[in-house]
Design a protein around this ligand. Sequence first.
Ligand code: AMP
Length: 282
Amino acid sequence: MYIFKRVNDIKKHIESLKEKGKTIGFIPTMGALHDGHISLIKETKTDIKVCSIFVNPTQFNDIKDLEKYPRTPSKDIDLLLESKSCDILFMPTVEEIYPLNFKAIDFDFGNIGNIMEGEFRPGHFQGMANVVHRLLEIINPDELIMGQKDFQQVAIVNLMLKQTKSNTKLVMLETKREKDGLAMSSRNIRLNESERNLAPLIYKNLLISKKNALDGHDFRTIESKFIENIEANKEFKVEYANIVDGTSLNIINNITDINYLVMCIATWLGNVRLIDNIIIKN
Ligand code: AMP
């Protein structure tokens, strides 16, 4: 596995691979790698797999969240080596990604950017879309691989790729879960023991919500019931639980209304903010 820290070095290396006709797949991450990240890399089908680790400061609306974000670079490298899944690792500094002449793009994502994560984390998607755009400029991959775990993020990146007329194909891969159903996340290591024991309730209640939606129950009642069930434990504080159209992310009222339906949720568990989702119908 090659490790690059400098933009010019990785660019040159990737250009030489492209000249040899190799296809490039790119998996951006913020590190503190877990099996969810590794499964994305393993399932990538291109000749060369490039993973990046960069904790992007511009996508954190809360400075404390940025400070507390787990950083485990040497463990990450070990995990990547052990998995034998990654060909190139890019670990740039903030200065490499944002040189003095860097100019952020002011994207307009409309409703998709303003609801759910957009509402509760103002500025998050502008920062995320800009860093993905910048990384794509550097790596210029054939495929960009992202996890369903961050469903709204995938929808935003899809829009960004269209708006910038990018040739990169976006591939969304399934959420990898712990045995008890908890979606793997870098933030899970910040849960204390009792919070960790409660965390599987999120997926359990997403499964119940999915069943009730498919059985024709009222969607607003399903969402309220989800919140009620989770918040029966005082450690949880749900920010949103919405059944939405998987493409427009508009709120949907009825199982017959639409073919692609997803329930997206965000909740605090103690001091840790967790997100998850379930595809109800596709
Ligand atoms: P992050 O490091 O959390 O920014 O995530 C980097 C990429 O890994 C994103 O595309 C995430 O959606 C994806 N990812 C994070 N957790 C999981 C998971 N449990 N299963 C699959 N993909 C994931």
